[in-house]
Design a protein around this ligand. Structure first.
Ligand SMILES: [Zn+2]
Length: 386
């Protein structure tokens, strides 16, 4: 009884503190966790090539930090003005929804969920405090409102027809926004949750995040199992909706199970490759090759845990390795911008990566493919037609 009272008092205290100091806490976290290096000078040759590219990035977490997506912020990595500065045509907005206390790449317990505290500090609706699914729905709403208020400068992409229109548009006619979910922490046996997320505009479904869930195992999970019986039904439902499975953060067994039962191309939205950065977080050569062989794409991340380096050259090296073993057509950008990672540049500074790819020896055509055309062709094939 005493411990129940104590828990209630502590919980009330946390909620009050989170509410009172919410804005400065989030700003401080955002500035500390989502840092970048100061902008690096680039050559006229890089700038000229960059200006001609159609650019797509497969993963950012910009909805977590209480920043207006349509205004330029001095913190973090992604907002519409910086996407436009970086010449980005398509940005995937990923909706993370659970982050256990003690999360780490090796073995994450399924304990206290810090995302609940973030939801309170962000002053999200009460339902999001305890429900990962409600957090996804709320964040989808953040992107949808930004699209609505953007005067067509940010455009929701729901199908391949929307994407074909976007890719045919004149430059400056809007940045495409595509929604993904990072970790299917949906109630056990609720396959209907997939349909609800699809209705909200989610087209990319990441099975796992930092911890195992009722759908499948995480590469960083406690058990690191494969798809559950429920998970196999979930993947079948994603397939039948014509949506895309994202294998970022998935355990090896989950990757194997999805490759065995899914009939559609898959992607890995943000990852490294073992060939330049071995570890739990990154893909084996075998998985890189097999995902590419069935028409999948691999978004190479921009942070140290993905590429074992802090500069654009490390990103370009990982891309070179993936291209060498799986073909250049499988390689894309998977920044993890705003994902509590330090990156060498923000969305506005993507020309630094174009320059690193030139220095790595990629041709202009190969750079155009990596920077966006691979993703464009993938989504034109993999998204539902309408
Ligand atoms: Zn992630």
């Amino acid at each position: 009884m005493r411990s129940a009272i104590l828990t209630t008092v502590v919980l009330a205290f946390v909620i009050v503190v989170a509410f009172v100091f919410a804005a400065p806490i989030i700003r401080t976290l955002d500035a500390r966790l989502n840092g970048t290096d100061s902008p690096a000078p680039t050559s006229a040759r890089s700038q000229e090539l960059h200006a001609r590219l159609w650019i797509a990035d497969l993963h950012c977490d910009a909805t977590l930090w209480n920043r207006p997506l349509l205004e330029r912020s001095p913190r973090g990595h992604v907002d519409l003005p910086r996407l436009i500065d970086g010449n980005v045509a398509l940005q995937v907005f990923s909706l993370a929804n659970k982050y256990p206390l003690g999360a780490n790449y090796r073995r994450t317990p399924n304990g206290i969920d810090l995302m609940g505290t973030l939801a309170i500090a962000n002053r999200w609706p009460r339902a999001t405090w305890s429900s990962p699914l409600e957090r996804v729905i709320h964040q989808a709403g953040i992107v949808q409102r930004a699209v609505h208020d953007s005067d067509s400068r940010l455009v929701m992409i729901r199908n391949s027809r929307d994407l074909a229109t976007l890719s045919g548009a004149r430059r400056g006619d809007g940045v495409g926004a595509l929604l993904s979910v990072e970790g299917l922490h949906v109630p056990q046996d609720d396959v209907g949750a997939i349909d609800r997320l699809y209705e909200m505009g989610v087209r990319i479904f990441g099975i796992a995040h930092m911890s195992d869930n009722d759908v499948g195992g995480s590469a960083h999970g406690w058990r690191k199992g494969g798809l559950t019986v429920f998970g196999k039904r979930v993947v079948a439902r994603i397939d039948s909706l014509g949506a895309v499975v994202d294998l970022a953060h998935a355990s090896d067994s989950t990757i194997e199970d999805v490759l065995a039962i899914s009939t559609r191309p898959v992607l890995v939205s943000h990852t490294g490759v073992d060939g330049t950065c071995p570890g739990e977080r990154n893909l084996s050569d075998d998985h890189v090759r097999r995902i590419a062989a069935r028409g999948g794409i691999i978004g190479v991340g921009f942070w140290r845990g993905a590429v074992c380096g802090d500069d654009a050259a490390a990103i370009a090296r990982a891309m070179r390795y993936a291209a060498r073993i799986a073909g250049v057509n499988a390689v894309s950008l998977g920044s993890d911008f705003d994902g509590a990672v330090h990156t060498p540049f923000d969305a506005a500074g993507l020309v630094v990566l174009t320059e690193a790819l030139i220095e790595e020896g990629f041709t202009d055509e190969e750079i155009a493919r990596i920077m966006g055309l691979n993703a464009l062709e993938f989504f034109l094939r993999a998204l539902p037609p309408d």
